[in-house]
Design a protein around this ligand. Structure first.
Ligand code: MG
Length: 171
């Protein structure tokens, strides 16, 4: 059985990942309204990935006979004033999620829960990639966002992103 603190944090993370999916859907919604369908596509796929993350935590708890408690998912409450606002909120959110993953890892480490540490290794790596992607988006937007033609091309580039299931698979 898991240590109580580790179990609580893993349970909370299900909720945080579903909230992340909600937040990215809100960003998808923003870009749909803007008519930037490529950006909208990128954030929709991001939302699907977050849902997958939630399901991995869910499955991990069930696989280890740990009771799952599902809480209410918060309403995304960010007001986006411009495109860059969205991108920066995305990066800030990923940095926050990284801190949450690290907190669970630290709690597991403290009680020598090696199984949970190994499970979380994938997420530690994933968060590194998420932060890099979010920073790349900001850099590209800084370079090209103010020129309509370049923004159009960036939008086309982001339209090519396709959904792939997570490489971590739990039975
Ligand atoms: Mg996630």
């Amino acid at each position: 059985m898991f240590n109580k603190k580790v179990a609580d944090l893993l349970n909370d993370q299900i909720n945080k990942e579903f909230y992340s999916a909600y937040l990215y859907l809100d960003m998808n919604n923003y870009f749909e309204a803007r008519g930037l369908d490529g950006f909208a596509n990128w954030y929709k796929i991001q939302a699907m990935e977050e849902r997958d993350h939630a399901m991995l935590f869910y499955q991990y708890l069930q696989n280890n006979d740990c009771p799952v408690t599902l809480g209410a998912i918060a309403k995304p409450d960010k007001e986006f004033k411009c495109d860059m606002d969205v991108l920066k909120a995305g990066l800030a959110h990923e940095e926050y999620v990284t801190s949450l993953i690290h907190d669970i890892y630290a709690a597991a480490y403290e009680v020598k829960d090696f199984r949970t540490m190994q499970f979380l290794d994938w997420f530690v790596k994933e968060q590194g990639e998420e932060e890099t992607n979010a920073r790349d988006m900001i850099t590209k937007m800084e370079l090209f966002g103010n020129d309509p033609k370049s923004l159009y091309m960036l939008n086309q580039e982001l339209a090519t992103r396709v959904y792939t299931a997570p490489s971590l698979v739990l039975d």
